[in-house]
Design a protein around this ligand. Structure first.
Ligand SMILES: NC(=O)c1ccc[n+]([C@@H]2O[C@H](COP(=O)([O-])OP(=O)(O)OC[C@H]3O[C@@H](n4cnc5c(N)ncnc54)[C@H](OP(=O)(O)O)[C@@H]3O)[C@@H](O)[C@H]2O)c1
Length: 171
């Protein structure tokens, strides 16, 4: 299965500010988010990210699979696509493959991207780099034991101030 991380970052690579205020995210980031979710039909996210998006802003609703990492697997899902799971990253990949998916996108947050990177399961990473610097906030990954060279696939200017950088991960 091909797994891609799609996330927005500040110019100094943070994925949220201290206040967790999303004002800095561009319309183009949001459009790309919906587009890649519709393309893959399989989206992986952590429960904190889900709690920010649910129910109105979830990228999948009545088709596909929205795998949400949580220890609270008895929570009521916001729609038919939601699957709450406390499985490991390899088990989540197996679950998605069992449902017929051939690709998936991880949309955050930091705990979730780190777990999949640590497990060596990520193939591509797409960063939407927004024109802002944060003195504090959440990084793309928590400290973890990995190091991967990248191949640059594409750089796209999305608007006057935002770029999208697409890498594949060399494994
Ligand atoms: N810039 C971007 O593109 C972007 C995108 C998405 C999110 N964000 C930001 O990222 C932040 C959230 O990131 P985060 O790292 O705090 O949280 P997260 O990854 O969204 O969710 C963390 C939660 O997921 C569950 N979880 C994580 N690993 C698990 C595992 N191995 N097994 C079972 N459950 C697991 C736990 O939920 P339970 O406590 O329920 O067990 C944990 O509290 C927010 O501030 C959001 O704004 C940024």
């Amino acid at each position: 299965m091909k797994i891609t991380i799609y996330m927005a970052t500040s110019a100094n690579s943070l994925t949220s500010n201290e206040r967790n205020d999303p004002f800095w995210l561009s319309q183009e980031y949001g459009q790309g988010f919906m587009q890649i979710a519709q393309q893959t039909k399989a989206v992986i996210m952590g429960k904190k990210t889900y709690n920010i998006l649910a129910p109105d802003y979830l990228p999948l609703k009545d088709e596909g699979t929205l795998a949400v990492l949580t220890h609270d697997t008895n929570a009521a899902p916001a729609n038919e696509a939601v699957v709450f799971t406390d499985k490991t990253p390899p088990e989540i990949v197996a679950m998605l493959e069992g449902r017929g998916h051939r690709e998936a996108v991880i949309i955050g947050g930091t705990a979730t991207t780190t777990a999949f990177m640590q497990a060596g399961l990520v193939d591509d990473i797409i960063l939407v780099i927004e024109p802002i610097l944060f003195g504090g906030g959440l990084p793309l990954f928590n400290p973890a034991d990995f190091e991967y060279p990248l191949h640059l696939r594409e750089v796209t200017k999305l608007n006057d101030n935002t770029i999208r950088v697409h890498y594949s991960i060399a494994k």
